[in-house]
Design a protein around this ligand. Structure first.
Ligand code: GLU
Length: 495
């Protein structure tokens, strides 16, 4: 039932509005559009729909460019890259929309509406009171030509509305959902051009999709109810409509449309948290499409190669952050060591950038343990900032007592002083022997050392950490732990 990839090149687009941070839904829709372009040797276009100036946010557009590039969802045409259908920013195409509206007025497919905002507000209030569906009552549709002339001459403000047929149905074939139809009697005579001469979303969207020769409109399911209006517009203009495909919305855990109250939605947030583009794209692809072998981890290239409209999902996937974190950890582990270092440095900068060779030595200890790049400092900082500010009580894990902790630390000092070479395997073997001789369990014994060496109960592997720190620093940390223990005992703050 799903649409087929066309034999020739498809032209597809993503058309976000610059109203805030770049949205994860934009990346999701962009990904599937781009897949269609890649698979058909077509073009993927970015269009900025900035006609609603009241919601315009300065800088939002640039963040959309950046976020799409960060993800590797580069576009073939767009405001900042140009292209044969430029400009790609709706605010620069106003003349086109006015001409289009004029055409519809001339052919009687649209009409001027002179109703005041006050009258429209009263109409809405009355409809609400009588529990009737909202919508324009068509008063200006029947105005005589002479009356229109008189109002125009008097300088009365006007909008342009589409003259939606009063009877019949409007149908379209959704590329995923099959035939969808709406009763024309339920479709409002929507405003196409506002009184300030700016177009509404519907007019600008259709005029641009036509002018930009878009073959497939692939967008979120929330636009289904707008589609009959668009189909009517295509008919009114006498243009062939594109294929419409409505992707299922990303959802919160309670299945409501994804929203920032319940889920992070800003792509900037995902970048700041150290999600890898590879993981986020993999995750978004999984949300909307299944791979033939149900594979869960795959690259963008693999996704493009396997993309099949027949495998698009039709029910709204729940955006499961925990799953994304897991997937991100998997992707972090897949990075070649040098690449992992590069990403850490790019993400965190200072103080790490000053010591790249230490980053390279610490990286193998941390790479297997983190789920996001943001977690890097919690494991790595012990190597960069020292670890003196932990609680003395951590040095005495149950069931040990302070005397045993002290003995363990002293033994460790002796081992660290003599081990040759000063290497993880040597240190570990000798430490195990010493612990056994003391008649202590390995778990709590190593915990004492772990806290002394790293300052935390959760850390990179103990003996590898010692090796990276080196003999001198290891001895210094063991000494500091003993001192801390002694102070705590003297002041009664140890356990
Ligand atoms: N500007 C709309 C949006 O923000 C575009 C919807 C469409 O793709 O037609 O999602």
């Amino acid at each position: 039932m799903a649409f087929q990839l066309p034999a020739g090149p498809a032209r597809v687009r993503v058309a976000p509005s610059p109203t805030g941070d770049p949205h994860v839904g934009t990346a999701y829709v962009a990904l599937f559009n781009k897949a269609v372009a890649v698979r058909t040797g077509g073009q993927f276009i970015l269009r900025i729909e900035d006609t609603d100036r009241s919601r315009y946010v300065e800088g939002a557009e640039r963040m959309i460019f950046e976020a799409l590039r960060w993800l590797g969802l580069d576009y073939d045409e767009g405001p900042d890259v140009g292209g044969p259908c430029a400009p790609y920013r709706q605010s620069e195409r106003t003349a086109l929309y006015r001409e289009a509206a004029e055409r519809l007025l001339a052919t009687g497919k649209a009409y001027r509406c002179f109703c005041t905002p006050e009258r429209l507000a009263e109409l809405r209030a009355a409809q609400r009171r009588d529990r009737r569906p909202p919508g324009y009552d068509g008063r200006c549709r029947a105005l005589a030509a002479a009356e229109v002339e008189r109002l125009l001459a008097a300088g009365t403000p006007w909008t342009v509305r589409l003259a939606v047929p009063r009877t019949g149905t409007t149908r379209f074939e959704d590329g995923l959902r099959g035939p969808i139809q709406f009763e024309n009697s339920e479709i409002d005579d929507q405003v196409l051009l506002k009184s300030d001469g700016h177009p509404t979303y519907h007019l600008a969207n259709v005029v641009d999709d036509h002018a930009m020769r878009i073959t497939h409109v692939i967008r979120a399911e929330e636009w289904i109810s707008s589609t009959p209006k668009h189909v009517l517009l295509y008919e009114a203009f006498g243009w062939p409509p594109p294929v419409f495909v409505h992707l299922p919305l990303l959802r919160n855990a309670d299945r409501s449309k994804i929203s920032k109250r319940k889920n992070p939605v800003s792509l900037l947030w995902y970048r700041e948290q150290g999600f890898l583009p590879e993981a986020l794209l993999n995750f978004l692809a999984l949300m909307g499409h299944s791979m033939p072998d149900e594979r869960e981890i795959f690259s963008l290239e693999e996704f493009y190669a396997e993309f099949d409209p027949g495998r698009l999902k039709t029910t709204g996937p729940v955006f499961d952050l925990a799953k994304l974190q897991w997937l991100n950890g998997e992707w972090i582990r897949r990075l070649p060591p040098q690449e992992f270092v590069r990403r850490v440095l790019a993400h965190h900068g200072e103080p790490y950038a000053r010591r790249p060779e230490l980053v390279a030595r610490v990286a193998p200890l941390v790479q297997p343990r983190i789920r996001t790049l943001a977690e890097w400092p919690s494991y790595a900082d012990t190597f960069f900032r020292g670890c003196s500010d932990y609680e003395a009580a951590l040095l005495v894990p149950k069931p040990l007592d302070a005397a045993m902790a002290r003995q363990l630390l002293e033994q460790a000092q002796q081992i660290a002083a003599r081990a040759e070479p000063f290497a993880a395997a040597v240190l570990e073997q000798q430490a195990r022997e010493a612990v056994a001789k003391l008649g202590c369990k390995v778990g709590p014994a190593f915990m004492v050392l772990r806290v002394a060496i790293t300052g935390a109960r959760v850390s990179p592997p103990l003996f590898e950490s010692m090796e990276v720190l080196g003999r001198e620093e290891t001895l210094a940390r063991l000494q500091a732990a003993l001192a801390k223990l002694a102070t705590a005992e003297a002041t009664g703050t140890g356990s």
